[in-house]
Design a protein around this ligand. Structure first.
Ligand code: ACO
Length: 472
C-alpha cells in the first residue's frame, strides 16, 4: 500500500449553501448603519441563511449525497467520515451519526470518525484527521470523507452582517489533484475569550469583535512564521508570499482578509524576503520599530501595508473571495469555500500551483498549511471539481429576501432553537431538487428530514433518528 500512498489530499469537493440570502446593502440601510459600512467597510456583498427548513444536518445530508452521486463514489468505499462544525444541535449525538443513514442504507457501518469542534477550526481538524488516517498504518485503502457544516448567526448588532451558512464535502485519498504538503504546517493555539458559545440555550455566540480581529491577526503572524521556518528547514531556502500562487484565508468578512494578506507582506518585509521591493521597503520602514502589540493597533501601518500588498492581493487572494463575499462567514466551511472559489475562477491554469491556506477558529486554534495542485484525471480532475461545484448556477438561482423577512426568520429560529414538538412550514419551492430539509422535531427531540424530489414533493426518502428510540 506504501507505493499507492503518494500525494494524499482532496480528490473531490462539493458545496451546498442555502438559496435564501439577504443583500448587505439592504441590510445596512435596514440596520441604520452608515452607508457603505457592510459593503465597503466589511467588504461583504450578500449573506446566506437557513430558513426553518434547513440546518447543519440537512445541509450535510444534501452535500454528501450530491458528492457521492456526482463523482460516482459507492458509499461502501468510504472508510472514515469526519465532520467539522460549531453549530450545536445535540450535545452528545454527532452530526456524523446522522450522515450514517446514507452509508447504513448501503450496508456500510464500518466508518471511523466523529465530529470535531473548535469554532471555525473544526473542519480543518477533521480534514487533518482524514489525511493523517490515509497516511497512517491503520488506513484500509478506502476513501476518507470530510464535511464542514455551519449556520453562522449573530444576535442583532454589529456582528449580525458577518453571518452566513454552508456545508462542504471533501473526498480524501491518495493521488489527489489537491495534495497536502504536510511537512510545512505552522500552528498557533492559545486560550482566549474572543468568540465563544457559553449560553447553551441560544445559538448566538458571545463575541468580543475587536479582540477577535487582533487574535486573528496575531495567529496569522505566528502561523506564517512557523510555516516559513518549516519550509526553510526542509527546502533550504527562504519562503515568501511569492512562493504561493494563491492564498485562501478563513474569511469572516473580506476586510479582515485584506488586512491579513497585508500582514503576510509586512512579515516578509521584517524577514527581508524577496517579495518586498525597494519602494515598498521605504514605505514600511517607519513601522520597523513597532513592537507586536503596537503593530496590531497602528492604523497607519494597516493602511500602508494594504497599499503595498494591493497588487499581490489582486493576483493571489482576490480569486478566493467570491463565495466568502457572496455567502458570508460559513465558519468551518469558510476557508474551504475560499479555496473552492479559486478552483472555480482558475481551474484551467492551476497545474503545479501552490495554495497557502490559513485556518482560524476562535478560542483559539489556527494553522497555516499548503496544497499543491495537479490537473488530475476524471472524475477527480480540477475541471470536473469546478463543474460539480457549479458556483455560478448556485449563486444565480438564489432567492433574495428583504431584511424584514430575514429578521422575521431569525426570530422564528431563535424561538425554535432547542425546541421540540413542532412541524416545519416554509416554502419548499426555494429548495432545489435533491435538497434535504427538516420536516419535524417530535416530542422526544427526534429530528425528521425529507429529500425534495424531481416533482417538488417529498418523495418518501424520509430519514428518521430511530436509533435513539432504542437507546444509544
Ligand atoms: N463606509 C465605509 N467603511 C466604513 C463605514 C462606511 N460608512 N463605516 C464603517 N466603516 C469601516 C470601518 O472603518 C471598519 O474598517 P477598518 O477596520 O478598516 O477601520 C469597518 O468598516 C468595520 O467597522 P467597525 O466600526 O470596526 O465595525 P464594528 O466594530 O461595528 O463591527 C466586527 C465589526 C467587530 C467585525 C463585527 O462585525 C463582529 O464582531 N463580527 C463577528 C466577529 C468576527 O467575525 N471576528 C473575526 C474573526 S473570528 C470569526 O471568524 C468569528
Amino acid at each position: 500500500m506504501e507505493s499507492q500512498r503518494q500525494n494524499v489530499g482532496i480528490l473531490a469537493m462539493d458545496i451546498y449553501f442555502p438559496a435564501s440570502c439577504v443583500q448587505q446593502e439592504a441590510l445596512e440601510t435596514y440596520d441604520g448603519a452608515s452607508k457603505g459600512k457592510y459593503t465597503i467597510g466589511l467588504g461583504q456583498e450578500c449573506m446566506a441563511f437557513c430558513t426553518e427548513l434547513e440546518d447543519v444536518i440537512s445541509m450535510s445530508l444534501t452535500v454528501v449525497t450530491s458528492l457521492l452521486d456526482k463523482y460516482g463514489v459507492d458509499p461502501k468505499q468510504i472508510g472514515r467520515l469526519e465532520v467539522g462544525s460549531e453549530t450545536v444541535i445535540d450535545k452528545s449525538k454527532s452530526i456524523k451519526t446522522w450522515l450514517m443513514r446514507i452509508f447504513e442504507d448501503c450496508g456500510n457501518s464500518d466508518v471511523e470518525g466523529v465530529d470535531s469542534t473548535n469554532a471555525c477550526y473544526g473542519g480543518t481538524a477533521a480534514l487533518f484527521n482524514c489525511v493523517n488516517w490515509v497516511e497512517s498504518s491503520s488506513w484500509d485503502g478506502r476513501y476518507g470523507l470530510v464535511v464542514c457544516t455551519d449556520s453562522a448567526v449573530y444576535a442583532e448588532g454589529p456582528a449580525r452582517p458577518t453571518g452566513g451558512a454552508a456545508a462542504i464535502a471533501m473526498l480524501i485519498g491518495p493521488n489527489a489533484p489537491i495534495a497536502f504538503e504536510s511537512k510545512y504546517r505552522g500552528t498557533h493555539m492559545a486560550h482566549v475569550y474572543d468568540f465563544y458559545k457559553p449560553n447553551l440555550a441560544s445559538e448566538y455566540p458571545v463575541v468580543d469583535g475587536k479582540l477577535s480581529q487582533t487574535c486573528y491577526l496575531m495567529a496569522v503572524d505566528s502561523c506564517y512564521k512557523r510555516f516559513c521556518s518549516k519550509y526553510e528547514k526542509f527546502e533550504g531556502k527562504q519562503f515568501s508570499v511569492l512562493d504561493a500562487d494563491y492564498v485562501a484565508f478563513h474569511s469572516p468578512y473580506n476586510k479582515l482578509v485584506q488586512k491579513s494578506f497585508a500582514r503576510l507582506v509586512f512579515n516578509d518585509y521584517l524577514r527581508n524576503a524577496r517579495s518586498v521591493g525597494e519602494d515598498a521597503k521605504a514605505k514600511l520602514a517607519p513601522f520597523l520599530a513597532l513592537n507586536g502589540d503596537e503593530s496590531y493597533q497602528n492604523r497607519d501601518l494597516e493602511k500602508v501595508s494594504q497599499q503595498v500588498a494591493k497588487q499581490l492581493y489582486d493576483m493571489k487572494v482576490q480569486p478566493s473571495t467570491l463565495l466568502p463575499k457572496q455567502v458570508g462567514n460559513m465558519y468551518t466551511a469558510s476557508i474551504y469555500a475560499a479555496f473552492a472559489s479559486i478552483i472555480h475562477n482558475k481551474h484551467k491554469s492551476l497545474e503545479g500551483q501552490r495554495v497557502l491556506m490559513f485556518s482560524y477558529g476562535s478560542g483559539l486554534a489556527s494553522t497555516m498549511f499548503s496544497l499543491k495542485l495537479h490537473d488530475g484525471e476524471l472524475p477527480f480532475s480540477l475541471s470536473n471539481i469546478a463543474n460539480v461545484l457549479g458556483l455560478s448556477k448556485k449563486l444565480e438561482s438564489r432567492h433574495v429576501f428583504s431584511p424584514e423577512n430575514f429578521v422575521e426568520n431569525m426570530h422564528l429560529m431563535e424561538h425554535r432553537y432547542g425546541g421540540k414538538g413542532f412541524v416545519t412550514g416554509g416554502d419548499k419551492n426555494l429548495l432545489s431538487n435533491g435538497t434535504f430539509y427538516l420536516t419535524e422535531v417530535d416530542s422526544a427531540y427526534r429530528r425528521f428530514y425529507a429529500k425534495k424530489s424531481e416533482t417538488g414533493v417529498a418523495n418518501g426518502t424520509t430519514i428518521h433518528e430511530n436509533g435513539i428510540a432504542n437507546g444509544h
